[in-house]
Design a protein around this ligand. Structure first.
Ligand code: XMP
Length: 322
């Protein structure tokens, strides 16, 4: 199993890193065409900007709308990149993802369904159409570590798992950020001239909101966690925390609506202090903030009757729930 060396954010020479990676991408792709999928997260945004610096229009960037993204995410991300002179094509593939997720409750099976739908169903077809032989991907060292350690099967690490992507999917994967952790990736984003809102964005997982739905992922359950996510992100955006999120639980609990007992949903809020996502501690949010966010969620989402806050460190918890 291949393990890349680590380049630490504190000691890295950002300019040199960018120059080296631009050259490596240019050498690998030659006169050909590369393709990449942008999710709007920090890693994929940075790799998109890096790839465009190396290849210009010979890098085709797609935003695959899998239906499990945050509120207005596809349009917002495409608009932000347009401002940078980078054309992003948005493709609605939500039906394919929801049908693959139907009936699945096991976390690894859900991740696998997303991986397979993404690569085999949607992305490989785009690759064939674009005639690209190279796929640029924003895998980082933490993804590799956690996959190797068996903590989680990240969606983007075929090579580390010993799967030959050329054989499995017909194309080669380039991973220029694989020696970096999140703090290093942010520095590269800054060095590439991305706006702070892009490189300093809180991390967001590849499996998107399905990493935050315990149990079956349906359009209705995604819509619910999406609303809760929007509220949590807007209330906690000034906390300076590493990451904050809302999780929809599978179990229902008894609550009260209009003086009647109802069996409603529960949302768990998590807010993390971390440097590189390998370990994390819960942010000591004030009770005023916590009560405020709970009140907003139960007011805006009638199906939710209970809101909790996670007070466990990683480990034993992980940052996401699935
Ligand atoms: P966990 O939940 O493993 O998350 O403690 C660690 C960090 O990684 C993000 N995360 C992912 N990122 N693909 C990604 O690109 C994934 O499958 C994935 N799962 C988790 C998570 O948001 C956190 O920042």
């Amino acid at each position: 199993m291949k393990k890349s060396k680590e380049i630490k954010a504190g000691t890295m020479n950002v300019e040199k890193f960018i120059d080296n990676k631009v050259r490596e991408i240019q050498e690998a792709v030659g006169e050909g065409i590369a393709i990449n999928a942008l999710s709007g997260g920090v890693d994929s945004s940075v790799v998109t900007a890096l790839g465009h610096r190396a290849l210009g229009k010979r890098l085709k960037t797609y935003f695959i709308d899998n239906g499990i993204m945050r509120e207005k995410e596809p349009a917002n991300v495409a608009a932000a990149f347009k401002k940078l002179g980078i054309q992003v094509e948005v493709l609605d593939a939500s039906k394919a993802f929801f049908s693959a997720l139907k009936g699945l409750t096991d976390p690894e099976e859900k991740r696998e369904a997303i991986t397979q739908t993404f690569y085999k169903n949607v992305f490989s077809k785009l690759v064939v159409k674009s005639k690209a032989k190279y796929l640029l991907q924003g895998t980082i060292l933490t993804d590799v570590d956690e996959t190797v350690a068996g903590i989680k099967r990240q969606h983007n690490v075929f090579e580390q798992l010993g799967i030959d992507p050329q054989k499995a999917f017909g194309y080669m994967i380039l991973e220029p950020l694989i020696e970096l952790r999140k703090d290093g990736v942010r520095k590269v984003g800054e060095g590439l001239g991305l706006p702070k809102s892009m490189f300093d964005r809180i991390p967001f997982p590849g499996p998107a909101l399905s990493a935050r739905v315990i149990g079956e992922v349906t359009p209705a359950r995604i819509a619910l966690v999406r609303k809760a996510t929007a509220i949590v992100e807007s209330v906690l955006k000034d906390t300076n925390a590493f990451q904050y999120l809302a999780i929809l639980h599978e179990d229902r609990v008894t609550g009260m609506r209009n003086k009647k007992r109802v069996f409603g949903n529960q949302i768990e809020i998590r807010c993390w202090e971390s440097i590189d996502a390998r370990t994390a501690t819960p942010t000591r949010l004030s009770f005023d903030i916590l009560e405020g966010v709970a009140a907003k969620i139960t007011k805006s989402i009638p199906d939710v009757v209970s809101v909790t806050y996670n007070i466990t460190t990683k480990p034993t918890s992980t940052i996401e729930a699935v």
